[in-house]
Design a protein around this ligand. Structure first.
Ligand SMILES: CC(C)(COP(=O)([O-])OP(=O)([O-])OC[C@H]1O[C@@H](n2cnc3c(N)ncnc32)[C@H](O)[C@@H]1OP(=O)([O-])[O-])[C@@H](O)C(=O)NCCC(=O)NCCSC(=O)C[C@@](C)(O)CC(=O)[O-]
Length: 302
């Protein structure tokens, strides 16, 4: 399999990136971030989630954020929906894509969405059916495909099992998530191979957190398998509230820098992307969690 010549990045910063922030981030700042991402050339942005505000207070402004975006044609705005209640609220805000999110680990499923893997699939089935009937694309996130904060290592067979369940209810695309960033290249390749038992190469993506500094290596390892779609987070924002200690996704800036250096097209303007990362990092009063962004900011100042 040859390395793809073009890669699609879904920036999950406004959702995955900000969901774990302890202090409320105002809706206008989240909207400002989405606007800067779209100006930088991102064609896929994960904006928010329609989950319980008691579980994830930071996403309680989902309607305000979704309705405040000055949308651009050709951009896919996606949102997370764990159940029908979430879907029914989300659909009023006209997302282009919804994301159901399950787990390869039973314990993480319980901690994150308060139900077993089997129950989660029962909850997702009517959501998927309704979304597809409405012409809304459905993505499935598969958490803990390599390791789980509660169960430890996760076998590829469990990833294949979850992918099969997702396929069975009509989920069109699945993301292989290393939620706590413990994966290393061969392990992530095995999780991806397990997923490919049920999905074609055009219907899978990688979602790698960078807790142990392995996310770029894992991206390269799966690129070599022909994977061409990845979730990344501007300024390396994020972490999951139910995966203690896990840091953000691999920084979009780092991935774009690597891909540009490999001659792989992303359609993203790295300078503008760095400005988007600086905007949200300034608001959060911290440096971007991106080696490439910090190096290029220093060079600019130079
Ligand atoms: C899934 C639930 C809702 C189940 O939560 P539950 O408590 O089992 O739900 P319930 O059906 O028993 O309802 C309890 C209350 O929640 C309300 N409720 C029920 N559903 C909704 C909804 N959709 N939106 C708003 N409110 C809702 C419902 O109306 C009720 O309200 P009350 O009567 O007590 O006032 C809960 O566990 C939850 O919200 N979990 C959020 C989990 C989450 O957002 N985690 C982070 C995202 S996943 C992630 O980051 C990983 C990923 C995707 O990035 C990939 C990776 O890296 O692994």
């Amino acid at each position: 399999m040859s390395i793809p010549s073009r890669v699609k990045l879904v920036d999950v910063g406004p959702r995955d990136g900000l969901q774990n922030e302890k202090s409320p981030v105002p809706a206008e700042i989240k909207i400002g971030l989405v606007h800067r991402l779209q100006d930088a050339g991102l064609k896929n942005i994960e904006v928010t989630s329609y989950v319980s505000p008691k579980w994830v207070p930071q996403m309680a402004d989902n309607h305000e954020v979704m309705s405040g975006i000055a949308r651009q044609a050709g951009i896919v705005y996606s949102v997370l929906t764990p159940n029908l209640k979430g879907y029914e609220a989300a659909v009023l805000d006209k997302p282009d894509e919804i994301v159901v999110f399950g787990s390869a680990s039973e314990a993480f499923s319980q901690k994150n969405i308060n139900c077993s893997i089997a129950e989660s699939i029962e909850r997702f089935a009517p959501v998927v059916e309704a979304a597809r009937a409405a012409g809304i694309h459905v993505r499935g996130a598969m958490s803990c495909t390599v390791g789980c904060p509660y169960e430890g290592e996760i076998a590829p067979e469990r990833v294949a099992y979850l992918a099969g369940l997702m396929k069975g209810i009509g989920v069109q695309h699945v993301g292989v998530a290393d939620t706590i960033g413990v994966g290393t290249p061969r392990k992530v390749q095995r999780a991806m191979e397990a997923t490919l038992q049920h999905y074609g190469i055009d219907d899978v993506s990688g979602h790698f957190h960078d807790t142990y500094g392995q996310a770029l290596a894992n991206t390269l390892a799966t690129l070599e398998m022909g994977v061409w779609q990845y979730d990344t987070s501007v300024a390396g924002l994020g972490g999951c509230p139910y995966a203690k200690g896990a840091t953000g996704n691999v920084a979009t800036e780092d991935v774009v820098y690597m891909l540009q250096g490999m001659g792989i097209d992303t359609g993203i303007d790295l300078d503008k992307l760095i400005d988007a990362g600086a905007y949200i990092s300034d608001f959060l009063v911290r440096k971007p969690n991106s080696r490439a962004a910090n190096a290029l900011i220093t060079k600019r100042a130079g």
